[in-house]
Design a protein around this ligand. Structure first.
Ligand code: FAD
Ligand code: NAP
Length: 529
């Protein structure tokens, strides 16, 4: 059923942390805004990924909005790394506190966004037949919001229960006494397997590529830790505002000796949590450093996993550490010491098919009552390209991005006026604490929209020249690192047919650059009346 077109200032697609904050900022400033999400409620990632063990891998105190002291004072995380239900509750708390749900349509998918050259406005259509006529269109559609569903032959013939981690049911899944096949060994599988193994009769993990994973060493957050964080918060916020990561990092320019490096990696391992590119100097640029850190993790795997053959199979050897996002786990490697957990190395015996009764590899049939697909996402571009986005002269985003995404700053695309992407490809996004990057982008987009208003412009649009320079710079920065060596979702390697382009921005000083562009009156953008 098609209803009357509703004329508003802005459409925001997505009700995750990006969409919630964007709607809040715009509405607070008096804009008329319509949010839309395919989900039944707010939360985005944390609405969909309800698999056992799902948690953040950035400490909860940092994986939080920083834009409101009141909000911060009204929330108390219970653990160092919060569970999915707690993070979802946080998103719900934000929605309640700022009365955001009334601005959203849920269970509704945006299917197209078409720019009308004559009116300078976007026509945004949903699968329910709702049409919005909006001046601004903000895509807060998420970098990891299009889960890969099984394309393995025979998947539809399986007679047991099958679950995709990124589309997990709302009711608990009972694994007790069941034979469970888990396909994939990325973060989602690595988080869920140990908990599933505690209940299931038998767990068989199908591994195509072994992965680096580090212990979370999760623990309840004490009042002292929360108080210390709150006390240091002004400094943290100041660092973020000035474009620094806000984390205690090694000094810039320090090239550690082998001994210093060994001590640093040991210290990071013992502290728990993610080892990312920023925590070890030159980790993703210097092979010596990367090899040493990777060897350290492999030695730890050998220490934890009792069977040396199994330890070798679980040891990543095909890409440098952190060039695929490293995982953070609780008892992942130790769970392979359990009698009820088996690894099938798909490099020796690839999956041939899913059958009615389980998984068939080149040398055996593995019967299963439940299959858990933890196959990852069509990352960074998937959600944007799922929408038919068209602008000037019928230009389709799907065509413009045929050979890989092209943006200016990851926030705008030349030829697509008044359309903004939160944490889009070409921005640091998935390589950062996403909550910080989301806030930075939402604030920047909000200021840009205000600028369009105050200059009485009709539209703001990235110029092709600025976009080409930015894309070249993004590629150049990536080429100076080890990242392109990994067949990762950062380069689209996990989706058959997807162009191989390194999508996030790995250079330094991103926020400073964005702020300078805003301060200078948005060079690289054309404003027209
Ligand atoms: P999302 O939360 O992905 O929200 C996007 C929303 O847009 C979704 O609800 C989706 O339904 C909706 N949408 C998309 N397309 C359409 C459409 N066409 N029509 C209607 N609605 C649409 N990042 C970190 O920094 N630290 C972590 O610890 C961390 N852990 C993660 C754990 C998991 C399991 C996953 C999958 C990701 C994790 N991430 C983490 C990344 C995470 O995606 C971001 O931190 C953050 O939650 C993204 O928020 P968002 O609002 O940008 O996008
Ligand atoms: P992922 O890292 O892309 O892992 C997908 C896994 O499935 C890989 O092991 C992949 O193998 C395997 N796979 C894919 N298709 C397959 C097939 N046809 N047959 C066999 N194996 C197949 O996905 P993810 O685990 O969902 O994580 C994605 C990202 O989400 C993470 O990198 C992280 O950014 C975020 N995340 C974070 C957390 C957290 O700790 N907070 C948890 C979950 C997700 P190959 O490696 O060989 O392709």
């Amino acid at each position: 059923m098609t209803t009357a077109t509703q004329s508003i200032d802005a459409v925001v697609v997505g009700a995750g942390f990006a969409g919630l904050y964007m709607v809040h900022r715009l509405r607070d400033a008096g804009f008329t805004v319509q949010g839309v999400d395919a989900a039944g409620d707010v939360g985005g990632t944390w609405y969909w990924n309800r698999y056992p063990g799902a948690r953040c891998d950035i400490p909860s105190l940092l994986y939080s909005y920083t834009w409101s002291d009141d909000l911060r004072d009204s929330w108390r995380w219970s653990e160092k790394y919060a569970t999915q239900p707690e993070i979802l509750a946080y998103a719900e708390h934000v929605a309640d506190r700022y009365d955001l749900r009334r601005s959203f349509l849920f269970d509704t998918k945006v299917i197209s966004a078409v720019f009308n050259e004559a009116t300078g406005r976007w026509r945004v259509e949903t699968d329910g037949g709702r049409v919005f006529d909006a001046r601004f269109c903000i895509m807060a559609t998420g970098c990891l919001s299009v889960p890969r569903v099984p394309d393995i032959p025979g998947a539809a013939t399986f007679k047991g229960a099958a679950y995709v981690t990124g589309q997990w049911p709302h009711e608990p899944v009972d694994f007790k006494g069941k034979r469970v096949a888990i396909i994939g060994t990325g973060s989602s599988a690595i988080q869920s397997m140990p908990l599933i193994a505690q209940d299931a009769a038998q767990v068989t993990v199908f591994q195509r590529t072994p992965n680096f994973s580090l212990p979370a060493l999760n623990a309840p957050l004490t009042d002292e830790e929360v108080a210390a964080f709150n006390e240091a918060f002004p400094i943290y916020k100041q660092l973020l505002d000035s474009g620094e990561p806000g984390l205690p990092l090694p000094p810039k320019g320090w090239v550690p000796t082998d001994a210093e490096l060994a001590a640093l990696v040991e210290q990071l391992w013992n502290g728990g949590g993610l080892i990312s590119a920023v925590m070890i100097p030159d980790l993703v640029k210097n092979e010596r450093i990367n090899d040493a850190a990777a060897d350290f993790v492999r030695a730890k795997i050998r220490e934890i996993v009792k069977d040396p053959v199994l330890a070798a199979k679980l040891s990543p050897d095909s890409f440098p550490l952190a060039t695929k996002r490293a995982c953070v786990d609780t008892d992942y490697f130790a769970s392979y010491n359990r009698d009820n957990v088996t690894l099938v190395d798909l490099r020796d015996t690839p999956i041939e098919a899913i059958t009615a009764t389980g998984v068939r590899t080149s040398d055996a049939d593995y019967p299963a009552d439940i299959i858990v697909y933890a196959l990852g996402f069509d990352a960074m571009t998937g959600a944007l390209l799922n929408i038919d986005i068209r602008a000037r002269d019928g230009l389709a985003l799907r065509d413009v991005w045929r050979d890989g995404p092209k943006t200016y700053l990851g926030v705008a695309v030349a030829g697509f006026p008044n359309l903004f992407t939160v944490t889009g490809p070409g921005s640091p996004s998935v390589l950062s604490n996403m909550l910080n990057s989301i806030e930075q982008h939402v604030d920047w987009i909000f200021d840009a929209i205000q600028h369009v208003q105050t200059t009485q412009s009709a539209v703001m649009e990235a110029t092709l020249a600025a976009q080409e320079d930015w894309v070249a710079h993004v590629n150049d920065e990536a080429d100076q690192t080890l990242y392109p060596r990994a067949a990762s979702w950062y380069v689209g390697a996990n989706v058959p047919g997807k162009p191989r382009v390194f999508m996030p921005y790995v250079g330094e000083g991103y926020k400073k650059r964005c702020d300078q562009i805003a301060a200078d009156g948005y060079p690289g953008f054309a404003l027209s009346r």
